[in-house]
Every structure is written in structure tokens, then in C-alpha cells.
Ligand binder design. Structure first.
Ligand SMILES: [Cu+2]
Length: 255
């Protein structure tokens, strides 16, 4: 049976009309994850069919409860299943760890992501490549400082805070996730990314986007009454357009 994954376009009308396919794939690690998912599903389906065939065979054949058959009917299938599921688990663990524990390369684009009831904020470190200090007592979304950037820290002067995530195609991105209040869940289906943002922790997750386009960023933790409206937009741009976008943001922030 084919393991090739069918994908559908990432716009909302296609989402309603074609709910049977996986979302479009816009990251370099996505195809391997899709392959693993479909492999698991086909194996589960095959085992379900096999289990019913064995059940049927048991119903029509007269059962001989001899002790010598225990190996054949119980222990061998048990060992085979344990080996199969252990192999699948190790393979899946390696795929997951590749975006989580191996660490990003030194050239990866650093972006901080903060979840707060009920919005996502994204911070770029600016030309100095250093994030400025933030202080909880300075958090003031109404005054344009939703992350509590400390203006006395020189590193914070060129930091850019946005409400949409804009990244260049084909360059590794290293996200550092924070949460200000409760646990939020960063989910970007087209990037095959899902990671909780936990207050008091900085969690890194890295990936390489491949397909330019506009995609939805969701919160997948029930984080409060406004959870339903906690979403944001991801834009993957060709590298030259991303450079122009970042320059325009920095220019607009320069007094
Ligand atoms: Cu949330």
C-alpha cells in the first residue's frame, strides 16, 4: 500500500471541503513525520484486520487447548508485537527529538515567542543579535510594551516585537517559547509543530520552513475564556522579502 502522503492547500475553504487529508507541508521535517504517522496507521489497520481473521479462525476451528500451543498462539505474537511497537516508538522518538533536543545550528534565526492571555507576541533581537531584558513589572500592553522590555537595557533598544510571525524560507529558525501567565500551546499544523509554552521556562524548538505562504498559528491549550480567539498569523517569505520586511520594521522603530 502506498505510504505517499497527500496534502491539501492551506486555505480555509480547502480545509472544509477536504477534511480527509493532512495539511500542506511547509517544513523540511514534515514529510518524515507524515510518513511515520501513515506507517503507524497502516500497521494499526493491518493488525486490526489480522486480529479479526484470527478471531474468525478461532470461531470456526475447534480449539485445542494444549500447553504446547501456548508459544504459537500467545508468546510469539506477543514478542512480535512488542518488537514492532518498540521499533515504532524509537523511530518516532528520534524524529521528535530532532526538532526538540538536538539544538539548532549557530546560524539559526533567533525569535522569542511569548504566549499571554490571549495573544501571541514575537520578538526579534535586532542587529545586535541579543535580546534585551524583560521585567514583569514593566508589562504594559496598552502602552505598547506587552513583553515588559526594560528601556534602560541597551540590548532592548533594537528589539522588534510583532503580533505576526514572519520568517524566511529555507533558513533554520530557533524559537524560544515563554508564557506570561498560564500554559499555552503553540501549534502550527503546516509546520508539523506543537509545543507548550510554560510560565517560568524557556523552551527551544527549531525547524526549517520550506514553502512560502500564510499559515495559522493556534493555541492548543484551554488557557481561559478568550482561548478561542488566541491565534496569530505565520508568514513564510522568500529570503530577500524577509530581509526587506525586517529592515522596514527596524527603520520604523528608529527615532
Ligand atoms: Cu492560550
Amino acid at each position: 500500500m502506498p505510504l505517499a502522503c497527500k496534502t491539501r492547500p492551506a486555505n480555509n475553504s480547502a480545509l472544509l471541503l477536504a477534511p480527509w487529508f493532512l495539511p500542506a507541508d511547509a517544513s523540511s521535517h514534515g514529510p518524515a513525520l507524515d510518513h511515520q504517522l501513515l506507517l503507524n496507521l497502516w500497521i494499526a489497520l493491518s493488525l486490526l484486520a489480522l486480529a479479526h481473521l484470527i478471531l474468525l479462525a478461532g470461531l470456526v476451528a475447534r480449539r485445542r487447548a494444549e500447553a504446547t500451543n501456548l508459544w504459537r498462539i500467545e508468546y510469539l505474537p506477543l514478542i512480535a508485537l512488542a518488537t514492532l511497537f518498540t521499533t515504532l516508538t524509537i523511530k518516532a522518538e528520534r524524529l521528535w527529538a530532532a526538532t526538540r533536543y538536538t539544538g539548532a545550528s549557530l546560524t539559526a534565526l533567533q525569535i522569542e515567542v511569548t504566549g499571554v492571555q490571549f495573544a501571541w507576541y514575537f520578538r526579534y533581537p535586532g542587529p545586535d543579535a541579543a535580546f534585551g531584558i524583560t521585567r514583569p513589572q514593566l508589562v504594559a500592553p496598552g502602552e505598547g510594551n506587552p513583553l515588559g522590555l526594560d528601556p534602560t537595557d541597551p540590548n532592548s533598544a533594537d528589539d522588534q516585537v510583532t503580533s505576526e510571525l514572519v520568517i524566511p524560507a529555507n533558513r533554520e529558525v530557533d524559537l524560544r517559547l515563554n508564557a506570561q501567565d498560564v500554559i499555552h500551546g503553540l501549534s502550527i499544523p503546516e509546520l508539523r509543530l506543537k509545543q507548550n509554552a510554560v510560565p517560568g521556562q524557556t523552551i527551544h524548538i527549531h525547524f526549517t520552513p520550506t514553502t512560502p505562504g500564510t499559515y495559522a498559528i493556534l493555541c492548543t491549550q484551554l488557557c481561559g475564556l478568550g482561548h478561542y480567539r488566541m491565534n496569530a498569523t505565520l508568514r513564510i517569505l522568500p529570503p530577500d522579502q524577509f530581509t526587506a520586511w525586517l529592515a522596514s520594521k527596524q527603520k520604523a522603530a528608529t527615532p
